[in-house]
Unconditional design. Structure first.
Length: 189
């Protein structure tokens, strides 16, 4: 049994191209260059996972195209050249992906604010229609409290009512809105 570690790169390539498709020659090439290629790819990509993926793809393609190999210089230069082009393609894809992601992020707040604005308008319309169902006095007290930001004491003095009556009327309005709008909120979420 031959010791493949003593063979030159050209001898290993010759064995690969042989009709027997010598897998041991391939394994020796892999053993010689995998760590170097992963370190090289990682230094350019700053990601060990991406580097390993690139090198794995490189060796997979190397095996599948072994019969058609035409290496001019040396095997190391050939493998590092392939790795370099795969790294460039990976970086190019990442740049395009980041560009699209950035554009989506830029669009996202506008979309959400538009959606939120439409929901707020619909909620406001529903609140007004539900307030119209209340007795006039209850509706008036609620609007003075919430829309005009009057205190309970101010509303009570204005209408010549006790503070507790004003509180009760606001509670009636809030309970009515809570019950009436619960279906609306359920649809939003």
């Amino acid at each position: 049994m031959a010791d493949y570690s003593t063979y030159s790169d050209f001898e290993l390539i010759s064995l690969l191209k042989d009709s027997d498709n010598d897998q041991k020659a391939y394994a020796e090439i892999y053993r010689r260059y995998v760590r170097l290629l992963v370190r090289f790819a990682e230094s350019k990509l700053y990601s060990l996972e991406d580097a390993r993926d690139i090198v794995q793809d490189l060796f997979t393609n190397f095996w599948s195209e072994r019969l058609d190999l035409h290496i001019q210089d040396n095997l190391k230069s050939y493998l590092f050249g392939i790795a370099k082009y795969q790294i460039i393609n990976k970086i190019r894809k990442n740049v395009v992906r980041e560009s699209y992601a950035g554009k989506l992020r830029a669009l996202s707040p506008a979309y959400h604010s538009l959606e939120e604005e439409l929901n707020a308008r619909e909620l406001s319309t529903n609140v007004r229609s539900k307030l119209d169902q209340l007795p006039q006095k209850t509706k008036y007290i609620y609007q003075r409290s919430r829309d005009e930001h009057k205190s309970i004491k101010e509303i009570a003095e204005e209408l010549n009512l006790s503070d507790q009556t004003v509180k009760n009327q606001i509670s009636i309005a809030l309970n009515h809105l809570r019950k009436s709008l619960s279906a609306f909120f359920f649809c939003l979420f």
